[in-house]
Design a protein around this ligand. Sequence first.
Ligand code: 13P
Ligand code: SF4
Length: 302
Amino acid sequence: MTTYEMQQEILRLKKERGILILVHAYQSHDIWEVADFIGDSFGLCKEAAKAKAQTVLMCGVRFMAETVKILSPEKRVLLSHPDAGCPMAEQMDREMILEMRRKLPDYKVVAYINTTAELKTVCDVCVTSSSAVKVVRELDSDKILFIPDCNLGAWVKAQVPEKQIELVHGGCPTHARITPKEAEAAKAAHPGALLLVHPECQPGVSALADFIGSTTEIMAYARQSEASEFIIGTENSIVQHLQLECPDKQFYALSKDLVCHNMKLTTLGDVYHCVRGDGGEEISLDPETVRLARRAIDNMLR
Ligand code: 13P
Ligand code: SF4
């Protein structure tokens, strides 16, 4: 089967079986081409909340599929590859947060959406990279414990100085491994290029950036910018997507190491098997986890 033939078969089967395919922006281009919706974590959340289909296939990582299940527990929710997790989502557990809540009783706990469903049950509100600043600014508390990404947290803290924000030591291994020295070297190699980075990068990297935003915000910025060269400081799939979308502009990877191996696990073949009914993993969460985790997601969406 060629890529094209497999894509045609996926499109036929998803239509015949009423399957909605949600795709995170870090997935490969052949998967983008069979998607019903492509977006960042916030866009996927909104799309999941209004989904009509009875079966939703999430091509991304586990916390994203869990979020769909939390928002639509009556639906059949499939994760495209059973091993696609997000290491950051598992850096903390429920007991750690409960202990912190005991030590900081007057703090609200703000959880990055990149957390397990279980962890969300003991948090007050979720945020994504594109909603974090707004949610934290509007939260009805001046004291905030931000978990688990200290880089995203530091970025939020700098923009909401009026609040007391405590951070913990966690983060994305893919983005956090990029050093300011590497960012300086990339800028020196491409002096005419703008540097666009994800807020999961270290503060020293973000300080060198011309723009900081979520995956889709980075793409939107590059698309509408009058500049013609960009260094992309997020997962390298975004370099490829932007280069295809804007062939007259030039896109460079900030680092060849900006690869999320979990996002890269899903192949078009996995999507094919999922829509055929012999692949992926059906997400199942107990009703109490869904009820408690949903509050934190609903609070963000509200
Ligand atoms: P976005 O919110 O930009 O989609 O980020 C999700 C993510 O996992 C980034 O590493
Ligand atoms: Fe998780 Fe980082 Fe991969 Fe995003 S890029 S899914 S935060 S490991």
